[in-house]
Design a binder for this molecule. Structure first.
Ligand code: NZQ
Ligand code: ZN
Length: 397
């Protein structure tokens, strides 16, 4: 029986500029004149692929004062955010422009909030999210971005994930605050031609798993959200093969870019009763331990999550099999198993491993702490019942 749509509130204030040659003309006008801008970036890809030149050209013509903070790493670090906060305070930065992938943008969101945080340690904004002792800043430094890696959806959401190094190991956690929705995001698919294949695939898989976690829940079906997400998943799969053949296939690059945005701009979750963030919760714990790429962890965890939750998800897996993989024969169980097989085959076809051994050294002695953190922290932040949820996972709490 169809459950239909749950009540929901949808809010998304980010203005998107999508397409070829959108960086220079838009940067000229989007940021108020006389702003002190801090341009944030990563390890240097933007210098090699010409994106930085386009950014400086656009900003230069707008008459702004520009400062830079570079060297932000993948799985961005708390300590780097604190260095950038120092610059923001000393230079009276009043606009943050993130140029690069999701890690740069995520850290820029945290820099924006932290610069205005009046408590002792901005880490509390994430680690103690929701606690009355955390005084959330009423205003933040506005953010815009030029995104060069389609994956996270960070360009159209208010979430961010930060890693803090501690003597006991890394902690990778995140939060969501409406105040850090980007004011604008510029998405030029041509900037993604320079992505190493591994990062292209990481991004496709990240977006795909964002889809899966709204779609593949234990609900009885929501006609419109299901169709929306099936369209995004099918696009990602189809475009991945096209871009594998020709890395400069603009149509495929553009499809992947917009599909990634649509996968986590909040739209696919509208009306869904029970999103399931299990794969992400476990993936983050693996990255904290081994530094494995985010997309890689998801691909290696997903098949196991599906097999483990098979009884609870088989109807939805069968629907996914029929509608996305076009599997017409077999009963529900057979179709559902085929869906898992087809997904693994696709991931392997595009060069993505699907076995945990690809994620580095994870010892049995790590399992308990990882599991407890995943259940305790991530389920709370993401608003998902996740791992502890009997219906989703098939285990008793
Ligand atoms: O650092 P540079 O030199 O720029 O190189 C980056 C980096 O090494 C490179 N790259 C990016 N664009 C490029 C490029 N190389 C060549 N050409 C380009 N056009 O790619 C590498 C990876 O970049 P990164 O930003 O780390 O990747 P991604 O965008 O996948 O971001 C991953 C981070 O986002 C978080 C993840 O946990 C992870 O920390 N997530 C954020 C979410 C959100 N805000 O909503 C949701 C996601 O589920 C995810 O958790
Ligand atoms: Zn993700």
């Amino acid at each position: 029986m169809l459950k239909g749509m749950n009540n929901f509130v949808y809010y998304n204030p980010t203005r998107i500029f999508f397409g070829k040659n959108t960086i220079i003309p838009n940067l000229k006008t989007l940021i108020p004149k006389k702003s002190n801008i801090l341009v944030t970036y990563g390890g240097g890809s933007i210098f090699r692929n010409g994106v930085f030149d386009q950014v400086t050209k656009g900003l230069g013509e707008g008459g702004h004062k520009i400062f830079e903070y570079g060297g932000i790493t993948p799985n961005p670090r708390y300590k780097h955010a604190m260095e950038a906060v120092d610059i923001c305070r000393k230079k009276n930065i009043d606009f943050l422009l993130s140029v690069g992938g999701g890690s740069v943008l995520d850290l820029t969101k945290f820099i924006s909030l932290s610069s205005k945080y009046e408590g002792n340690d901005p880490w509390d904004l994430i680690a103690k999210i929701g606690s009355p002792e955390v005084k959330v800043p009423k205003s933040v430094i506005p953010i815009g971005d030029v995104l060069t890696l389609p994956a996270t959806g960070s360009e159209a959401n208010c979430g961010f994930v930060v890693t803090r190094e501690t003597p006991k190991g890394n902690i990778k956690i995140g939060a969501r605050y409406e105040s850090v929705f980007p004011k604008f995001s510029i998405l030029d698919p041509e900037t993604t031609y320079s992505l190493p294949w591994k990062q292209t695939v990481n991004g496709i898989v990240d977006a795909f798993v964002h889809c899966v976690e709204f779609y593949m829940n234990a609900d009885d079906g929501h006609p419109l959200p299901d169709r929306y997400t099936e369209g995004v998943m099918e696009t990602l799969i189809d475009a991945s093969y096209r871009v594998k053949k020709n890395k400069k296939d603009y149509v495929a690059r553009a499809d992947i870019f917009w599909a990634s945005t649509l996968a986590l701009n909040g739209m696919s979750g509208c009306g869904i009763y029970e999103p399931d963030g299990v794969t992400h919760h476990i993936g983050h714990e693996i990255t904290a331990l081994t530094e494995a790429d985010h997309g890689l962890t998801l691909a290696c965890v997903l098949p196991g999550v599906w097999r483990h939750q098979f009884e609870y998800k088989k109807e939805k897996l069968a629907m996914f099999a029929e509608r996305v993989w076009k599997i017409r024969s077999g009963n529900v169980e057979q179709k559902a198993r085929k869906a898992i097989d087809c997904t693994i085959k696709w991931l392997n076809d595009i060069g993505m491993p699907t076995r945990l051994s690809a994620c580095g050294k994870i010892l049995p002695s790590n399992y308990r702490a990882m599991g407890e953190h995943a259940v305790g922290f991530w389920s709370k932040v993401m608003g998902t019942k996740g791992i502890g949820q009997k219906r989703n996972v098939g285990v008793k709490e």
